[in-house]
Design a binder for this molecule. Structure first.
Ligand SMILES: NC(=O)c1ccc[n+]([C@@H]2O[C@H](COP(=O)([O-])OP(=O)(O)OC[C@H]3O[C@@H](n4cnc5c(N)ncnc54)[C@H](O)[C@@H]3O)[C@@H](O)[C@H]2O)c1
Length: 282
């Protein structure tokens, strides 16, 4: 199956980056968000980023115009005509289940349904969709236009045809797809988020300052970014949701989020997106 027309549900940090990647690769992109302001903001941001790519000479003028023509915001999730729909709403299973149940009614029978979840159960989404063989995880990394990896998450119900089509699509985007099993956090986040949590515990216990904890990992372990700066980049609310879901699904206290993380989220210190997290972003 060749995928040419994509609909993206959720136009936040990841949805807008994913939309840009598809538009730049020459696919038709329909972008939807339940918040009309978020949708308008995302369309403006993608347009600006594509124009900048053109100004810097990374994208030819004609390719930029084609990408902009291929991108369209939609105001309602009704009768969607797309080869594939990707769900990119916040990391809450109830929210994602509602969307997959709704897609059961409004998506065409041929349409593949993917989720960009950071680690929720793809099988649960597959059951809600009414077409479990056509459901798959397509986990992009932040920022999607730059990061080369896509974890392709195959649930036990996912058909070979769906899997092959999504691997081919990821390669068409110029990305490297790596197949992973449908296990909490898949591979990347299962390793990254406990490390971030441990860094927050080290900060809370006064082992070192936030800047020094990050410097240790950058200078001593060759990480491009320290774990606290990474948490600020991902969003502390997203980080908390991911750790909470690991603790529940593995039923293991070692994944319980550090209380300091919860306190910061309660105070609205969510990282870069609010200007304050472990570091300040004036
Ligand atoms: N932020 C990251 O670094 C990152 C990286 C990889 C994967 N992810 C995953 O991507 C998904 C989205 O994360 P994000 O960081 O883009 O979140 P975000 O909060 O930046 O964006 C989510 C968007 O979804 C919209 N939304 C909420 N409910 C909706 C609904 N019912 N229908 C349509 N739109 C709705 C919101 O208005 C918002 O614009 C999550 O599953 C997250 O785990 C995030």
């Amino acid at each position: 199956m060749h995928i040419n027309r994509i609909a993206i549900i959720g136009a936040g940090t990841m949805g807008r980056g994913i939309a840009q990647v598809f538009a730049q690769a020459g696919l038709e992109v329909l972008l939807y968000d339940s918040d009309p302001d978020a949708l308008a903001q995302s369309l403006a941001t993608i347009t600006e980023r594509l124009r900048q790519q053109c100004v810097k000479g990374h994208l030819q003028e004609a390719a930029c115009a084609t990408a902009l023509d291929a991108l369209q915001g939609i105001e309602r999730l009704e009768a969607i005509d797309a080869d594939m729909i990707i769900e990119v709403v916040p990391e809450r299973l109830d929210l994602k289940l509602d969307i997959f149940s709704h897609l059961r009614q409004v998506a065409q029978a041929r349409t593949i349904l993917a989720s960009n979840t950071s680690g929720l159960d793809i099988s649960a989404l597959a059951q809600a969709s009414g077409r479990p063989d056509k459901v798959i995880g397509m986990h992009f990394f932040n920022p999607p236009p730059i990061m080369p990896l896509i974890e392709v998450v195959r649930a036990s119900e996912t058909s070979e045809e769906t899997f092959v089509a999504v691997i081919a699509l990821a390669e068409r985007l110029g990305k490297t797809p790596i197949p992973v099993a449908n296990s909490p956090g898949f591979v990347a986040n299962r390793i990254l988020f406990p490390m971030i949590n441990e860094a927050i515990y080290a900060l809370a216990e006064g082992v070192a300052s936030a800047a020094d904890i990050d410097r240790v990992l950058v200078l001593g372990a060759s990480h491009p970014l320290g774990p606290l700066a990474l948490a600020d980049f991902v969003g502390l609310d997203v980080t908390l949701d991911i750790l909470d879901s690991f603790a529940r699904r593995f039923d293991n206290a070692k994944y319980c989020p550090c209380p300091l993380l919860r306190e910061m989220v309660d105070r609205g210190e969510l990282g870069r997106k609010t200007g304050q997290g472990f570091f300040s972003y004036p």
